[in-house]
Design a protein around this ligand. Structure first.
Ligand SMILES: Nc1ncnc2c1ncn2[C@@H]1O[C@H](COP(=O)(O)OP(=O)(O)O)[C@@H](O)[C@H]1O
Ligand SMILES: [Mg+2]
Length: 221
């Protein structure tokens, strides 16, 4: 079952395409990796998938049971964000904002969900700590827990292991794999071709515009 399709899509800024002729289909349960050189347009493509920027031309469509507000997103990190002065719990809870609707306060259920995802990511002990005092690996777990609050279906991750040491990188990949094994569709930008080959079901290379199927997804496609 396709959850996200790009058809003759061009992405960019102010009608200036950074990437064009994009065609792919992502199925439910896929682990879809986007690779390509720095500055080639991967983050721009991901922001277009999220609806944060409009396509220059062509189509990107969600299908069958996936809505834009049911996607979790872990943005590419900048130094400014690393200095964010809030507690781990506050940051994770802010991932529930999609479900806030017209209310001003988080519900009991949302608070429970935030705590659940904090546990899932193994960062309970860090709950009250200030985000900016954490290590890079701990910060990524916080952002993953935050992204999980927004979704049960699909996670979009923009270079989640950038700047992490090999041991912590491995742990992040294992966490993400566990989520994928539990049914989460993963869409991830990465530089790390070796790990990508190990985990991905499909690899989309924005330099060649080709999708390579590495292994069948859970539906055998
Ligand atoms: N907000 C923006 N406005 C205009 N151009 C941008 C903006 N953000 C990125 N770009 C440009 O778009 C191109 C692709 O950037 P990006 O999608 O961030 O690449 P990647 O994620 O593959 O490294 C780059 O040339 C970059 O300078
Ligand atoms: Mg990028």
């Amino acid at each position: 079952m396709a959850v996200l399709k790009a058809k003759d899509l061009a992405v960019g800024y102010e009608s200036q395409a950074v990437l064009d002729n994009i065609n792919f289909e992502i199925n439910s349960g896929d682990y879809f990796c986007i690779v390509g050189e720095n500055g080639s347009g991967k983050s721009t493509l991901m922001k277009t998938m999220l609806g944060l920027i409009s396509p220059v031309s062509g189509e990107i469509s969600f299908a069958e049971g996936l809505e834009k507000n049911e996607i979790g997103y872990l943005p590419q990190q900048s130094d400014v964000q690393r200095d964010f002065p809030a507690s781990v719990y506050e940051i994770v809870l802010s991932g529930c904002q999609n479900g806030l609707g017209k209310r001003f306060f988080y519900s009991k259920e949302q608070k429970a969900l935030a705590l659940d995802n904090i546990k899932k990511m193994g960062i309970e002990k860090l709950k009250s700590r200030c985000y900016r005092e954490l290590s890079g690996g701990q910060q990524q777990r916080v952002l993953l827990a935050r992204a999980l609050c927004a979704t049960k279906k699909a996670l979009l991750l923009d270079e989640p292991v950038a700047g992490l040491d090999p041991q912590v990188t491995e742990e992040m990949y294992e966490l993400i794999k566990q989520l994928n094994d539990d049914g989460m569709t993963i869409i991830m930008i990465s530089h790390d071709l070796v790990n990508v080959q190990n985990y991905a079901t499909k690899i989309f290379d924005v330099n060649s515009m080709k999708v390579t199927t590495i292994k069948a997804d859970k539906e055998g496609k």
